[in-house]
Design a protein around this ligand. Structure first.
Ligand code: URA
Length: 277
């Protein structure tokens, strides 16, 4: 058998192969030749260009990990995240802290921070898992296909993005949309917890398993947790929280939309009943 008879793949086929493997964005303008990597290691770091990021003035003290002065251990990153998040007096300060935080490596592969969308004074807050490709490009959560369905879910309870606040547990896109590691989730957790505390909604909706298990501290799966009321304790107040299916899951399994609509009706009713502040 002639092993060389297989035609070489075309550029298109190679690109399709990479996209299928989750490699769908360039991390630098210039390709890195891994075969000569040992030479590159000693090259000045500035040769690999990272996309520019907005750095704004902040009124809060930024811990050394957040200032990017050292590569932290995971434990140091989690401790620093807790310390930094706790100190953020406003959502804008929290956003600035995240822009400057160097404790989570996802920041290095993401295009930009995806902090939130919607109204910070909203009575309802939705939290997903992590941004995808479209969100990473636009810097806003839920703007892709599942975002369109989330908009319809929000419309089903008579609201739109001007009356809801939307964020993710992880604010940077994991490369190739891979599942965030437990360590990455633990590092980002204090920030989303502080975000919930600062928005202080009447109702918190967790979208899908990862967000539900992380924020509502349960190991049960979404089939068990959805449609039930939880108390989300910020320390200062207990917020009513409900889990429902992630819109991306509903796109793949539309037969669960009926259950999700039931959850949304319960959420609408709770909003009607909750005293408006
Ligand atoms: N999925 C999420 O969990 N969050 C987004 O922002 C987009 C898709």
């Amino acid at each position: 058998m002639d092993l060389t008879s297989e035609p070489a793949p075309t550029i298109r086929q190679l690109l399709d192969f990479y996209v299928e493997a989750g490699v769908d964005c360039a991390l630098a303008d210039v390709a890195v030749d891994r075969l000569t990597e040992s030479e590159l290691v000693s090259a000045p770091a500035a040769e690999v260009t990272a996309p520019p990021r907005a750095v704004r003035e902040t009124p809060v003290a930024i811990p050394s990990v957040a200032r990017g002065e050292m590569a932290p251990t995971p434990e140091a990153a989690i401790a620093s995240a807790r310390e930094a998040a706790r100190a953020a007096p406003t959502l804008e300060a929290l956003r600035v802290l995240l822009e400057n935080f160097e404790g989570c490596a996802l920041k290095n592969t993401a295009t930009r921070l995806v902090f939130a969308d919607g109204n910070p004074a909203a009575r309802i807050m939705f939290v997903g898992e992590a941004p995808g490709r479209e969100e990473d490009i636009e810097g806003l959560p839920f703007v892709g296909r599942s975002g369109k369905l989330l908009d319809r879910m929000i419309a089903a309870i008579g609201l739109d993005r001007s009356k809801a606040y939307i964020a993710n547990v992880i604010p940077w896109r994991p490369p190739g949309n891979r599942t965030p590691t437990p360590q990455e989730t633990q590092i980002c957790l204090p920030f989303i917890q502080r975000q919930v505390e600062l928005v202080n909604p009447d109702v918190l909706v967790t979208l899908g398993n990862p967000s539900t298990q992380t924020l509502l501290s349960t190991r049960d799966g979404i089939m068990k947790t959805r449609g039930k009321w939880f108390d989300y304790d910020t320390g200062a107040r207990k917020i009513r929280a409900m889990a429902t299916f992630h819109p991306a899951y509903l796109l793949r399994s539309p037969s669960y939309k009926r259950m999700s609509w039931q959850d949304l009706r319960a959420i609408a009713k709770a909003l009607e009943q909750a005293p408006t502040g």
